[in-house]
Design a protein. Structure first.
Length: 358
């Protein structure tokens, strides 16, 4: 695959790339650059974690990138997830990996690396401290949104060291690219700023879009990081996200309640589901429109759908009914996997019973 095609695939993933020039140079000099992604095991998986992450990771792999997926068990522990119980956190991590397999993520081409096997090593700890030495407390606390914490929120001492450890992960894993959500941008920029000062490199930052929660956006802050945090945390509310184990009836109930004003395309979560997941998975969408609007209609691109919706030629109720059908198609293989596979079912039953803590 040529450089331009590889660049195009990565652009499809990255809402922001820091920088495209550096990415191009990296692809020209390294056939298989290493990308870093990571996740805190903290409960059931919602559709953006499952479907969208699978779409993005598989595109990066097609572009020749090799992934190191960081299972951030210690970080979830530091962030008080799952009541701070490491064994619960690790069992949840195994469940999340099982979901991605069922989603079609090319997990056989990914190295899943557990934080517990790395962060206690002397060289990782030395890098963490070196990053901390080159950053002020104020600079580090500005990264608190990566943990799902608002600006000014009281942080534990462990949560202050968290961003330094996350930046150290990038260098310890020898990653050329960080491929995480826009909510992780600040710590990735921190790594770019400090890396060369302590003998490392500037990783290329490929930040993917953050899907809106289904509820009406309740964003009052003008800080872009706080806006991203509000989007991120909205999915912790059960009715504001589709989960990978939701039944068709549950999907239908949640989508029926979703924020989707007539003719409004900005900050419309139902349209975002179409743009970032349905068209990516199926390439088209057919909606059984109400007869008074002209009956069934098919779209071959998101732009076509958005244009028709903006003009009022597609009612939100009809759009929602169509979206339910396609979401159920995406989620159904995962439900089937956890119903039929005894090992997976045991993991699911465990996670389902856990209290999710923030």
């Amino acid at each position: 695959m040529g450089i331009e095609k590889r660049m195009d695939l990565i652009r499809e993933v990255g809402e922001e790339i820091i920088t495209e020039h550096e990415l191009r140079k990296l692809l020209e000099t390294k056939e298989h650059p290493i990308a870093y992604d990571g996740f805190e095991p903290s409960g059931r998986m919602h559709i953006a974690q499952g479907i969208l992450r699978t779409i993005n990771v598989n595109k990066m792999i097609r572009a020749g990138v090799r992934f190191k997926m960081w299972v951030a068990d210690w970080f979830a522990w530091m962030n008080n997830k799952m009541d701070g119980d490491l064994e619960k956190i690790r069992t949840t991590g195994r469940y999340l990996i099982e979901v991605w397999k069922a989603c079609g993520m090319e997990t056989e081409k990914i190295d899943f690396i557990w934080a517990k096997d790395v962060v206690t090593k002397e060289d990782h700890w030395k890098t963490t401290i070196d990053i901390a030495r080159h950053a002020t407390v104020k600079r580090i606390t500005r990264c608190s949104q990566i943990m799902g914490r608002k600006s000014g929120e009281s942080l534990s001492a462990a949560q202050i060291i968290y961003p330094c450890m996350q930046a150290a992960d990038i260098f310890h894993l020898k990653c050329d690219i960080t491929q995480l959500g826009m909510d992780q941008r600040k710590v990735n920029v921190l790594a770019r700023e400090i890396g060369p000062k302590i003998g490392f490199w500037k990783p290329v930052v490929v930040s993917h879009h953050m899907i809106l929660g289904l509820s009406k956006p309740a964003i009052t802050s003008k800080d872009p990081a706080d806006i991203l945090l509000d989007i991120k945390m909205s999915k912790s509310k059960p009715d504001s996200a589709i989960f990978m184990d939701d039944s068709k009836d549950e999907i239908k109930r949640k989508i029926a309640k979703a924020y989707c004003p007539e003719k409004q395309v900005h900050m419309n979560p139902v349209l975002e589901y179409c743009k970032y997941m349905i068209f990516e998975k199926f390439g088209e969408i057919t909606i059984d429109r109400h007869a008074k609007f002209g009956g069934s209609i098919s779209f071959n691109s998101y732009e076509e759908l958005e244009n028709v919706f903006r003009k009022g030629e597609l009612h939100p109720a009809d759009l929602k009914n169509g979206v339910v059908t396609y979401i159920n198609k995406m989620v159904k293989p995962v439900r089937n996997h956890f119903e039929k596979n005894a090992k997976a079912r045991k993991l699911y039953e465990f996670v389902r019973k856990q209290k999710v803590t923030r």
